[in-house]
Unconditional design. Structure first.
Length: 123
């Protein structure tokens, strides 16, 4: 997690400094990034399903991750995806930064899902 905090600003700075190259299918890279992001978020939710939840925002009344958490996670992803698409369409020069940020979020969600799986195996 600490590594991500240091790498994210560097990655975003690199993505905004590199000139955008027009490709025949400019939406393909963003589509791949958002699809991977959605899959990682779903994997994170699946690895937490009906397990005790430490995050009070995602915790149901019984203290576990359930439908309430899934709804909140889906809303968070939807907001991120909508924002990414809007920024990429309105400001093409930030397109690479948006795609890079989506891949970073994908990595974070995958790391959390793997951590959830590792904690479950220890029990």
């Amino acid at each position: 997690m600490k590594l991500t905090v240091f790498l994210l600003p560097a990655l975003l700075a690199w993505a905004t400094s590199v000139p955008a190259q027009e490709s025949p299918r400019p939406n393909r890279d963003l589509t791949y990034a958002l699809t991977a992001h959605a899959a990682a978020s779903a994997l994170d939710a699946a690895s937490s399903w009906r397990k005790p939840e430490a995050n009070s925002l995602l915790r149901s009344a019984d203290g576990r991750f359930g439908w309430r958490g899934v709804g909140i996670k889906a809303a968070i992803f939807g907001g991120q995806a909508a924002g990414s698409v809007l920024i990429a369409r309105k400001s093409p020069r930030y397109r690479k930064a948006v795609i890079a940020a989506s891949w970073v979020s994908t990595g974070i969600y995958l790391g959390v899902a793997l951590g959830n799986q590792a904690r479950q195996r220890k029990r």
